[in-house]
Structure formats: C-alpha cells, structure tokens
Design a protein around this ligand. Structure first.
Ligand code: FAD
Length: 508
C-alpha cells in the first residue's frame, strides 16, 4: 500500500506533468471573448483603463494587490456559469473574489488573468418557515447581519463585518457563536455552486453530501459558490463586546487564566468568547489584550462567573474598554471593522497547539525573544505584531460533528494560534514576512518538543508560505475525501489549473 507521503509525491509529479500539457489562452483574448459574451447585459467586464478598475481591485490590505487584465462583475448565477464555461473551454486563467479580505497576493486576485468579483451578488433573504437565510456569494457580513436584524435572527459570520462570506465560509469561519455552534461553515445547510464544467448544482446533506462537507474548509477548490443557505440563531437579546488589557507584569497570571478558559471555560459558558492576545506596537512594551464578547447582558461589576478571573484581580491591573456595549451582533462586528481599518500592509500565519501553561509560556518567550533580536524590526514604520490564540473546545467540536462534519479534521480540543503583523511600507515586506516565517517555524519546533503537537492549521489564517500545507494539515482521511470529491466534481481540475490562487488539495 502507498504511504501518505508517496501519495503526495505522486500527486505533485502528476500536477507538474499536467501543467506542462496545458496552454493558457492570452488573457487579452479571454477578456475580449468575455466582453462579447456579456456585452449589453447587467454583468460587465472592466479593463484596466476603465474608471471602475481601481475600486474593483482594491483589497483590504495592499499586500494582497495584484493586477488582473480585466475584472468581470456578474449579477447572477447564470452569468457566473457562462463565464466559467467559457474559461474552461478556452483555458483562460481566473481568480474568484468575494470580500477581498485575503492578505495573500493572488488568492482572491490574479496577475494578468481575469478576476471574477462577486461583489454585486450581495443579497440576503430569510425564510421564516425553514429559518434559513439565503446569502449570495459576494456579500459582506455587515449587509447579511443588517438584513436579518428585523427578524431577530442572525447567522454565524465574521467577527469583522467587512469580511466577505465566500472566502470566510469556505475557509471554516470562526464567529462569536463558535463555542456553541461550531465553525460557521458547519452551519451551512446547502450551497448553490457553479462547477468547472458550468453545471450548477445544489449541495446539501441529502444531495451531494460529500461536496457540501468538502466545501467546509475546502476553499475555492470545487467551484464558485453563488448562494449559501445558512442556519440561523436567535438574536433577540443584547450582544456585548469589549477589550481587557493587562500590563506586562500580569502576563503569567493572564496566561494561567487563559489556560483555564481554554481547557474548561469555553465549554462551561458557550455564550462567552475570548481571543487571548498580546501586542507590541512599535518600540512600546508588550501589552496583553483579551478580546471578549458575550451573547447576553454584561455588567462589568458582576460578570458571568467564567469571566470573573479577568475582572476580579486574579489577573491584576485590568483596563476595560467597550467596542460594542449593549448592542447587536451587527454593532459588535461593525465596531471591529472600524477598529481594524484597511490600508496597512499585513500578514497572518498560523498553527495550533494542545494547550498547556508551560507551552504557552515558552511560545510567548520565543515570540518576545525573536522580536527583540530581529534587527531594526520594531522601528519599522507602522510596526505592530500580535500573538494570539483561542480555544476550540469539546462543545465546538461536538456541534461541528452534529451538523454533518467538515473537512478540517479537528477531533480533540486545541487552540488555534496566530501571528498578525502590520506595517506601512512595501519596502519592508521581505523583512516582515521572513520574521513571521521564522516565528512560526520556531513555534512548530517548540510545540513538537513539548510533545503531542496539534497538526491543524486554520486555512483562513494561513499564509502564502503554507500554500500546500494547510489542507494536508486536515489529516489523511480528510485529504482523501477531498481528493475523491475533487475527482468527482471537478474532473478536469478547472479550479486547480485555471485558478492558481488559494490553498490547494494535494495533487491539484
Ligand atoms: C482583519 C481581519 C479579520 C478577520 N477576522 C476573521 C474572523 O473573525 N474569523 C475568521 O474565521 N476569519 C477571519 N479573518 C480571515 C478571513 O476569514 C479570510 O481572509 C477570508 O478569506 C475572507 O473572506 P473574503 O470573502 O473576504 O475573502 P476573499 O479574499 O474574497 O477570498 C479568499 C479566498 O476564498 C475564495 N472565494 C471567495 N469567494 C468564493 C466563492 N463564493 N466561492 C468559492 N471560492 C471563493 C477566493 O478565491 C480566495 O481564494 C480575518 C481576516 C482579516 C484580514
């Protein structure tokens, strides 16, 4: 029997042979074919000299920006289908973009190819009988939450409301309801998807169940999702969001309280939600920052018991700051959107750990040391680094399983950990990217040495250097299922050979 490693090796050889067999059509020809196909209709093609081109190629971070030969803006599924058919027939390379929040260049963009920007497909409707929301694939969460508010329901979506639904949901999706309801992707009841041969199908737990499951964490590998039908949750009460900051001197107590929350707290009270982080801005000292949210009322003088250690002095010298007092999921996520404004250079990188206080301390130390020892790092204009983690507890995993499972293969509690970096100038890209690369490989060796490392890497926080590592981190059974689904639903590998961007399934 072939080992998992040999399957990967053969798959990659097959990929190289396959690539050399294809000849891509010149993008200018592809753009003019597209233009003739859609001339006079609502869906449009914009070349680089069109006044709209600049806005259509705006990304949340300029780090992601690459310039396509033209941008196609479909208004409906039928036009997406016609375009994909044309690209497959003529071997035109393209990219798919929903909210454009990916920070990796060429993930939701393409140099010289055609960018399909789904931004005009942004409607949300709600069916009171089925309690499902239908959300078009180019929507942003702020609009989705806004459309559902009058019904007192919401869906699991971005904590920053500016994110697009397409990339977020196909990458897994961590929402404020995750401790109770699992990944946002687990709450997809069905999707309408345009496949590589232009067929449009609906995948649900009853029809094409493997395709539905594969999409949950499978990114853009199977087709373009034009509609998501999402399970809803009640949103008739208050939703609260705030930051707790603690000075450097409180770090050990902060990490100890974080360990407890990760191991039991997140399961004890699933209305609570915490991201544990620490930030360094420029040459300032490190600050511990916990981003907290509660689905329910919050009185800072009498917090829910699971949050008490963060308020009552167990972690000393807290500073409290609201970002969404007594509001809704929309006000909370709009608050974070405004706090995390666009325009900076940016990257994230990720791994997971099985939480242990000693390991958290070692990783935190390694981060501080690497930051201090990297020459001229903190004086980089606009420098900010954030070291963050949050638990995936037993109830989160059980909710994922109960709703049909996903592709990501998390079976035991862990913490997703990430490094987030911001800076101002393109000339510092290399320095910052190399620093994040060194950090993550240090973290990998530290957590391997600590024993029982977690293999999972969260796709939505993955970086370009792990293009081919994210999906393998789901484990061999999941990779095999993804490969089977790929073979069945995209046998000509349209979304591999013609869509170069994104995290790929081994062999494609
Ligand atoms: C400031 C910030 C905050 C974030 N907060 C969170 C968070 O709270 N939780 C979380 O889980 N993640 C978070 N993320 C990560 C985020 O989920 C990913 O960047 C995600 O890809 C954004 O979705 P998008 O639609 O805007 O992506 P895009 O950049 O548009 O696309 C990303 C990828 O998805 C593919 N894709 C997009 N739409 C479709 C579609 N309809 N069909 C098929 N493929 C498609 C694209 O081809 C591309 O490869 C955050 C990122 C940032 C920068």
């Amino acid at each position: 029997m072939l080992s998992y490693k040999s399957i990967l090796l053969y798959s990659s050889l097959a990929l190289q042979v396959q690539a050399s067999l294809y000849h891509f059509t010149n993008p200018t020809t592809c753009c003019s074919l597209l233009h003739s196909e859609f001339h006079g209709g609502p869906s449009k093609v914009f070349s680089s000299i069109a006044p709209q081109y600049e806005a259509l190629t705006f990304y949340w971070t300029p780090t992601a920006k690459v310039l396509p030969r033209c941008v196609f803006t479909p208004y409906n599924t039928n036009d997406v289908k016609k375009a994909v058919k044309l690209f497959a027939r003529r071997n035109c390379q393209f990219a798919v973009r929903s909210g454009g929040h990916s920070y990796n260049p060429g993930w939701a963009g393409i140099k010289d190819g055609i960018l399909i920007s789904l931004g005009n497909m942004n409607q949300t409707t709600y069916d009171m009988n089925t309690k499902l929301a239908t959300v078009e694939g180019g929507s942003r969460w702020t609009d989705v939450y806004g459309a559902l508010l009058p019904y007192n329901v919401t869906v699991l979506g971005g904590r920053n409301s500016d994110l697009g639904v397409g990339g977020y949901l196909t990458g897994g999706g961590i929402s404020f309801y995750a401790n109770k309801e699992g990944f946002a992707a687990d709450n997809i009841a069905s999707v309408e998807i345009v496949l590589g041969d232009g067929t449009v199908i609906n995948a649900s737990r009853h029809h094409h169940p493997d395709l539905l499951r594969s999409i949950k964490g499978g990114s853009n590998n199977f087709g373009i999702i034009t509609k998501f039908r999402l399970m809803t949750v009640n949103a008739n009460g208050l939703f609260n969001g705030w930051y707790m900051r603690y000075p450097f001197a409180s770090t050990d107590a902060y990490l100890a309280a974080a360990e407890r929350y990760c191991k039991v707290g997140a399961d004890e009270d699933t209305n609570s939600h915490i991201i544990f982080s620490a930030s360094i801005v420029g040459t300032n000292p490190m600050t511990n920052v916990a981003l907290m949210a509660y689905d329910g009322a919050l009185d800072p003088l009498s917090p829910p018991s699971v949050l008490e250690p963060f308020f009552n002095g167990t972690v000393s010298s807290p500073t409290f700051q609201w970002f969404a007092p007594n509001g809704t999921i929309k006000s909370a996520t709009d608050g974070l959107r405004d706090a995390q404004g666009s325009g900076n250079r940016y990257t994230m990188t990720t791994l997971s750990i099985h939480v242990k206080l000693s390991l958290l301390k070692q990783l935190r130390e390694a981060w501080l040391l690497e930051t201090a020892l990297t020459e001229n790092l903190q004086t980089t204009p606009g420098f900010l680094v954030q070291f963050a983690f949050q638990p995936v507890g037993k109830k989160w995993i059980a909710a994922s399983e109960a709703k049909g499972g996903n592709s990501m293969g998390i079976t035991k509690p862990l913490a997703i950990m990430w490094i987030q970096l911001r800076w101002d100038n393109e000339s510092d890209d290399n320095k910052m990217l190399q620093y994040s690369r060194r950090l993550i490989s240090k973290f990998e060796s530290i957590s391997a040495r600590a024993g029982n490392p977690a293999r999972f890497r969260y796709l939505n926080y993955g970086d370009r250097f792990h293009k081919n590592d994210i999906i393998p981190s789901y484990g061999s059974d999941n990779v095999k299922r993804l490969q089977r689904t790929k073979k069945r639903y995209d046998p000509d590998n349209v979304f591999g050979r013609l869509v170069p961007g994104g995290f790929k399934i081994p062999g494609y």
